[in-house]
Design a protein around this ligand. Sequence first.
Ligand code: 2IT
Length: 445
Amino acid sequence: MKVDDIMIQLEAKHSGEFEYLQAVREVLASIEEVYNQHPEFEKARIIEQLVKPDRAFTFKVPWVDDQGDIHVNTGYRVQFNNAIGPYKGGLRFHASVTLSTMKFLGFEQTFKNALTSLPMGGAKGGSDFSIRGRSNAEIMRFCQSFMLELWRYVGPDTDVPAGDIGVGAREIGYLYGMYKKLARENTGTFTGKGLSFGGSLIRPEATGFGGLYFVHQMLQEHGIDIKGKTVAISGFGNVAWGAALKAAELGAKVVTISGPDGYVYDPGGISGEKIDYMLELRNSGMDVVEPYVEEFPNAAFYPGKRPWEQKVDIALPCAIQNELNEADAKQLIANGVQCVAEISNMGCTAEAVDTFLEHKTLFAPGKAVNAGGVATSGLEMTQNAMHLAWTKAEVDTKLHQIMANIHEQCVKYGTEKSGYINYVKGANIAGFMKVADAMMAQGVV
Ligand code: 2IT
């Protein structure tokens, strides 16, 4: 396998699908060497099979707003690969959603889910619908229309959706309510459900908590104490919230959050009631962080900017893909950053990742760092299948073990001769080997 040859073919076929091509190139570059040590992979055309989704649905989502006007959005579900288990992955409702976004996320999800050690294949879905400024009733009608199409393609042993950007507990409730009615079953086909109807404790916090468990491991591996370290977080949604909670609990000091309008720098640290206030901001539905500085006047707001210009010890992208570019990476390095970990999916551009790896910065990719979210979804599936609910402590202990195991796999496959741990390579190889092994065992299907 030659990465460049495969990419030339893919670029010709899928020109314009930048995020998808970016995600594929990163994985192929990491696994090229290992792949070429296994002629049986090449013979079975594992790469050609792996870069193509098993199937991708796009569908029309018509809905009526509160004024009686009709809107038509596009819905997607990309079932990428089910070699190791039923399709599993979130739904994203965001204006930026395209087929390319869905394919990159589904591709990434396949390896991420493999890293969790749970039997889950990779999928992703969503819509170009934006919840910003929409009423509850509008969001419900949208979710119901979305589900009228999607319900046929999902099921507890087929494909299990969950949340992502723009899809939280409220949306999952509306989606699941409609699914249940149409499918005439109540087996928990979604994860991220409310606690009163089969949801798991810790699931809302899990992506952020898992991310911080992973960062804690990375720092410990390198003899660095997380206590007292300053942390830049981007975003102010569910993931940023969980990350801020756990960072504060571990004794680090979170100094930034951000939104589409800019970022907030709070030198006093974002903890306690300030973290609760993030939820209020988010629930306002306005998608802005500026009001934070009215509430807490010691903080400053930087309109139209991103938090990476601040001098911090740890940088954690928690918002969306490609939110940290090469210039940001150079700025962070110049400011002496000690650790960068993507809690968002593909939070860094390819150039930013290269910059960190060239400088031997302690850096870890989203598919490893943020896998705690989907791992806890897997634990929700287990609880649903067993018709019982675990305690907070039980779920948290399992999440801890899973993150430690992912870290271990990254160290195993990513440690270079110099001793530098290349977490990108480690995560990609570990995830790939598991999926490839399952594909080889199951023949040409
Ligand atoms: O990107 C992700 O891993 C998620 N949005 C969570 C997916 C899931 O199925 O819980």
